[in-house]
Design a protein around this ligand. Structure first.
Ligand code: CP
Ligand code: NVA
Length: 306
């Protein structure tokens, strides 16, 4: 049985396999077909933070595939007022076939995974967002055909999305050029994981956004203040002020470079409306692909879960 907590959990060939399943199911979906390949299967969603894309795309994916999903509210969770993660995981695993968990602390999903006898999928933690990044790389592949050799420029916070992107780029031969203020870059433990897991990753890190985007096929950014960091908002606005993706920065990238964002976006902070709503933006395609690629993830994981 396999879990998906980190992009480090997947080998390149496994990502390609998930993409192939996703592509097949997406083309059928667009032709009006809802292939029921997971009949009777049940997905549980447990979310400690808000969500539109992750929650609804997983729920719709399960319904399209002939299964169903249960969104478990606050009255069903773990914690001091309720029960231990161990009891929660051992019991819930007997009722459902797969779990998607969005938690504040990555250690929560790691610990829960140890007690679950069903696959656990990370639906975003403070450390990684693998489902997002699989959809992002799938989307970029749709745009460029073959990913290897392209450059993704990431401008902004060295956060959960950035970590998963760096790992994903390393697996699929995409160069990762990062512009991030010092103090917001990857920590030493994650740099070690990158060296160990994707030793061939071509990565550059600078504090100059123009330098990062100079050769970019796509420019990616995320919010400056992630969920749970709201008390740092004022400081982060100051620290990231020079890292906004605007038309002036886009003009320093190769003509036609794509603009990417995981959403939700804070227009006027990390990106201007002119860019995110402009012709080079593929953010809506990214969000749409969350559902198609998660079908690929679900089908792939459940085919291995017995
Ligand atoms: N991108 C993403 O995960 O969005 P939600 O927070 O709406 O799920
Ligand atoms: N970095 C953002 C991503 C949201 C999808 C957050 O964690 O809030």
């Amino acid at each position: 049985m396999r879990h998906l907590l980190s992009m480090a959990d997947l080998k390149p060939a496994e990502i390609e396999k998930i993409f192939a399943i996703s592509e097949d199911l997406k083309s059928k979906y667009e032709a009006g077909l809802r292939e029921p390949i997971l009949p009777g299967r049940v997905l549980a969603l447990i979310f400690e933070k808000p969500s539109l894309r992750t929650r609804v795309s997983f729920e719709s994916a399960m319904i399209n595939l002939g299964g169903n999903s249960l969104f478990l509210g606050d009255d069903t969770g773990w914690g001091a007022n309720r029960e231990s993660l161990a009891d929660f995981g051992r019991v819930l695993s007997q009722y459902v076939d797969v779990l998607v968990v969005r938690s504040h602390d990555h250690k929560t999903v790691e610990e829960l995974r140890n007690y679950c006898t069903r696959p656990v999928i990370n639906g975003l933690t403070d450390y990684e967002h693998p489902c997002q990044v699989l959809a992002d790389l799938y989307t970029l592949k749709e745009c460029v055909g073959r990913l290897r050799g392209h450059t993704l420029a990431y401008v902004g916070d060295g956060n959960n999305v950035a970590r998963s992107l760096a790992l994903g780029c390393g697996k699929l031969g995409v160069k990762f050029h990062m512009a991030t203020p010092s103090g917001y870059r990857f920590d030493a433990a994650f740099e070690k994981l990158l060296r160990d897991d994707v030793p061939d990753l071509e990565i550059t890190v600078t504090d100059d956004p123009a330098e990062a985007v100079a050769e970019a096929t796509a420019i990616y950014t995320d919010v400056w203040t992630s969920m749970g960091q709201e008390q740092e908002t004022a400081q982060r606005k100051r620290d990231f002020a020079a890292y906004q993706i605007n038309e002036a920065l886009l003009a320093k990238a190769p003509a036609g470079a794509y603009f990417m964002h995981c959403l939700p976006a804070h227009r006027g902070e990390e990106v201007t409306s002119a860019v995110i709503d402009g012709p080079q933006s593929i953010v809506v395609q990214q969000a749409g692909n969350r559902m198609h690629v998660q079908k690929g993830i679900l089908a792939w994981l459940l085919s291995r879960a017995g």
